[in-house]
Design a protein. Structure first.
Length: 124
């Protein structure tokens, strides 16, 4: 990938395929994901977290909006955004949204996701 923007665009597309093998090339080997369900470090823990979510939320569709590239440099970049999801849980249609941050690092093989943090919006 030539830019972190391309990686994030591809990530958004691939996550909706519900196949971690498609996501893995976009992730750094030492990636860290902070989700409401826990902290996941490395490819295997990330795989388990994604696959668990896909198993719980049937036909999940995930998307991003309000992207703000708050830092970009030769070796790293950071983007904040609003994430949206929808799908079926226990047969009922559900949806939600929250705020996210993704950090990118340029590696020898190109730009990779090194960290993602997703959380709910604060309650008013």
């Amino acid at each position: 990938m030539n830019s972190p923007q391309e990686v994030l665009e591809r990530y958004e597309q691939q996550v909706n395929q519900h196949d971690f093998d498609l996501l893995e090339p976009l992730l750094s080997a030492d990636c860290t994901f902070w989700f409401s369900s826990g902290t996941y470090v490395g490819i295997e823990e990330a795989r388990a977290a994604f696959e668990k979510t896909w198993g719980l939320i049937e036909s999940e569709v995930y998307s991003l909006s309000d992207l703000q590239w708050i830092a970009t440099a030769d070796a790293a970049a950071v983007c904040t955004y609003t994430f949206h999801w929808s799908g079926r849980i226990d047969g009922e249609r559900r949806e939600g949204r929250g705020r996210g941050t993704t950090c990118f690092r340029r590696e020898q093989s190109g730009w990779k996701i090194i960290h993602e943090h997703l959380s709910p919006f604060p309650k008013p």
